[in-house]
Design a protein around this ligand. Structure first.
Ligand code: BGC
Length: 491
């Protein structure tokens, strides 16, 4: 067990993968709590004799609703309470929410529990990637933040496995949904204990709060024997920029393009229709021609594919980079959505092909749009505006998550079948590809402070992750200088 005072031993080096895995436990809860309701709802509604579609809808959407509220307040907590304490707070919220849902005497208690879980998810889905980006060395930063996405997929797969088990074998409606929710207490407690006893504060947050000596010690602990003074200087330098106290700055260059880019990535992540597949998987498979049990099996298989492909993403993100993975992912998803749409429109004639295209779609999503938006939002914002910028991007995640999961059933009805809805997701994904091509920078291997430096130097958004030697960057610097010159002439 590591005590906070042990960070004072400068020669000891932290195990960054252990830190990544503990913080990512919040991702496991994210995946689990969003996925388990698809199996639990049937039993839950039987127990409390719920018939009305609107009450059902409210119970199901309590988590994304809570998460949206969590995303809104996440910036405040990350900044004022700190990254580490905010994650500890979410572990407590996860535990209370889980217990309130598992031991619920009434439906209201389930809803309150699910809202609390959602709140914890919304806060942690922003603070955990932020924390991970701030404690990781640049060389492996993408890999470490991608662990958060891996944990989400593991949580989803766990939920699908539990859904299948309870749907097939344990059908005691009075108690089974309690167990389904209750299992979430294990990762909640692990997250709490790990954060309290093993994890250091973020050195960047300590700097932000003027606790320079503590920041130096933690940095030394994270990086081992290397000289941390240049890193300290860079962090100090980044504190000179104006922060998010001045709201107007967020709506001006250079912050506005960052906000639009990270917000947009989450919009396209959700508009790709991933959660139509994750949350309504069994229905999609049934409409493609699968039987009662086979549809749950297919969903579990899809969850497993998601995990395996994400492991691949974790492995290659710092080797290939963010942009190449996005292009491969977007292109593959567009093709798979086209094939899936064709299969769904063929009255169950191509059940195997529809499963294959769904699985491949999940693979392409997992290596690209799954992790990259979380990585990007954690990397591009300057330290002083990071909390607010990331909170705004996270709101897009939950707003559009709700939009897609709410509208799916309605759209299927209004657009005359699932095939047309998946075609619509395909079209949105084509727009996403163009968006990524034009605006997303490559940040592989760059120090957060270098990215910030490029940003304040006036580099175009696409190039803020490049090194000064890069040809494109030189071009963009020249263009910027020219623009400035013109401005001065006008004045
Ligand atoms: C998304 C979730 C989605 C999950 C699937 C995450 O990146 O934010 O909405 O359910 O990926 O793996």
């Amino acid at each position: 067990m590591i005590k906070q005072s042990e960070f004072e031993q400068p020669m000891k080096k932290a195990n960054i993968y252990l830190i990544g895995s503990i913080a990512a436990m919040a991702g496991l809860l994210f995946g689990f709590d969003t996925g388990v309701i698809s199996g639990a709802q049937e039993f839950l509604f039987k127990t409390f004799e719920v018939g009305g579609a609107s009450i059902r809808g409210f119970v199901v959407s309590a988590v994304p609703l809570g998460a949206l509220m969590g995303a809104i307040v996440s910036g405040f907590f990350a900044k004022e309470l700190g990254r580490r304490k905010s994650i500890i707070m979410t572990a407590i919220l996860f535990s209370i929410g889980t217990l309130s849902a598992a031991f619920a005497p009434s439906l209201l208690s389930v809803v309150i529990g699910r809202l609390l879980m959602g709140l914890a998810i919304g806060i942690s889905a922003m603070v955990v990637p932020m924390y991970l980006s701030e404690v990781s060395p640049a060389r492996v930063r993408g890999t470490i933040i991608f662990l958060f996405q891996l944990a989400i997929t593991l949580g989803l797969m766990g939920a699908f496995a539990i859904n299948l088990t309870f749907a097939s074998w344990i059908q005691d409606t009075a108690t089974n949904w309690r167990w389904m929710f209750g299992i979430g207490i294990v990762p909640s407690v692990l997250l709490f204990l790990g954060m309290v006893f093993i994890m250091p504060n973020s050195p960047r947050w300590l700097m932000l709060k003027g606790r320079k000596e503590e920041a130096r010690k933690v940095l030394q602990y994270l990086l081992g024997k290397v000289d941390v003074s240049s890193c300290m200087d860079e962090m100090e330098e980044s504190l000179r920029h104006e922060g998010d106290k001045n709201w107007k700055l967020l709506f001006r260059k250079p912050l506005l393009p960052l906000i639009l880019m990270t917000f947009g990535l989450f919009v396209f992540q959700q508009l790709s229709g991933i959660n139509a597949i994750m949350y309504y998987g069994p229905e999609v498979f049934a409409s493609a021609g699968f039987g009662e049990k086979a549809k749950f099996l297919a969903q579990l298989f899809m969850g497993l594919t998601n995990v395996i492909a994400t492991v691949f993403g974790v492995w290659v993100i710092d080797k290939l980079g963010r942009r190449p993975l996005l292009f491969i992912g977007f292109t593959g998803m567009v093709i798979c959505l086209g094939v899936l749409s064709f299969c769904l429109g063929s009255n169950g004639a191509y059940a195997t092909l529809s499963l294959a295209s769904t699985l491949l779609y999940v693979v392409f999503f997992a290596i690209s749009l799954g992790g990259v938006p979380y990585i990007m939002m954690s990397e591009v914002f300057p330290l002083k505006s990071r909390s607010t910028g990331m909170a705004i991007a996270s709101c897009a995640n939950w707003l559009f998550n709700m939009l897609v999961s709410f509208s799916f059933v309605i759209l299927v009805d209004k657009m005359g079948g699932m095939e047309n809805v998946f075609m619509l997701y395909g079209i949105c994904t084509i727009v996403g590809l163009v968006f990524a091509w034009r605006y997303v920078p490559e940040t592989k291997g760059r120090h957060l402070e270098d990215i910030e430096h490029n940003l304040y130097d006036g580099k175009a958004l696409r190039y803020i992750g490049n090194s000064l030697e890069d040809k494109e960057l030189k071009k963009s610097v020249a263009a910027f200088a020219l623009e400035k010159e013109k401005e001065q002439k006008v004045v």
